[in-house]
Design a protein around this ligand. Structure first.
Ligand code: TMP
Length: 253
């Protein structure tokens, strides 16, 4: 069998050339890393869960008109996505103080923020993905002002969608990170949500108990990461079964 051409291997995913021009196959690994890969482990089943969860969130976004790179899931660990030119920024949206915001500004974790706060981090592992301002982004040419406006609009729409979906299953969306890519439709350039949306890139707290259901379980040694992600998948009705189907009557097509 012909081997697919590898495009890029990251910490949690591998990208292969897709079957048609303009497509990429995104493979979800079981590897978990934190603190710029200083802490690492292999969490059996994490890739399968994140493939399903990212499919669930991205296809929901597509359905409400928020463009994403997601085309379709191929199998337990792979999905077909549009090829994009990734803007080298991590776009973080925060609803509740936690993590680096709490540390940097001395705001107690769990404090509700007065409005969603958007931050940009420059994607560069050798620098530890530093926080940057719009001035840096424009001066160094990572994006232009119109891109920034479009990124903020996309990030807020993703926040509204994800917050609502999570609230519906008793989970508080504390914060999340997205990556955004450029695509060209003929001569027209636009920005779409890319990479993944999963408990690796969100903070999710159970509303009733405060239990953490995201990668902080791994970062802070709070228990079994796969159990936490399985709970998110179960509540959303996207729990993978051995037969490859989904459980849950909640999804309305
Ligand atoms: P932070 O509080 O550590 O800055 O994280 C904010 C959000 O971004 C949180 O939901 C976790 C996510 N995140 C990533 O997806 N990748 C990263 O490398 C980091 C540092 C955070």
């Amino acid at each position: 069998m012909a081997r697919r051409k590898l495009i890029y291997e990251g910490k949690a995913k591998i990208l292969y050339e897709g079957p048609e021009p303009g497509t990429v196959v995104q493979y979800f690994k079981d590897d978990a890393t934190a603190f710029n890969a200083e802490k690492k482990d292999v969490i059996e089943g994490k890739g399968v869960l994140n493939n399903r969860l990212s499919e669930f969130f991205m296809s929901g976004l597509n359905q409400i008109g928020v463009p994403t790179h997601f085309i379709r899931r191929l199998n337990m660990r792979e999905q077909l996505v549009r090829s994009v030119e990734i803007i080298p920024l991590e776009v973080v949206v925060r609803n509740v103080a936690a993590g680096s915001l709490s540390k940097r500004l001395g705001i107690e974790e769990g404090t509700q923020l007065p409005r969603p706060i958007i931050e940009f981090y420059y994607k560069d592992d050798s620098l530890g993905d530093p926080l940057v301002t719009e001035e840096h982004i424009i001066a160094f040419g990572w994006a232009v002002q119109q891109d920034l406006d479009d990124m903020v609009a996309l990030a807020l729409r993703v926040n509204d969608f994800l917050s609502g979906v999570m609230l519906g299953v008793g989970i508080r969306l504390v914060d999340f990170k997205i990556e955004i890519g450029r695509v060209w439709d003929n001569d027209f350039q636009r920005l779409i949500v890319a990479d993944e949306i999963s408990p690796d890139s969100c903070r999710l707290w159970d509303i009733a108990t405060g239990r953490k259901l995201d990668k902080d379980v791994f970062r802070r040694d709070l228990g079994d990461l796969a159990d936490a992600y399985t709970e998110v998948a179960r509540r959303l009705g996207v729990m993978p079964k051995s037969g490859g189907g989904t459980t849950g009557p909640k999804l309305v097509h």
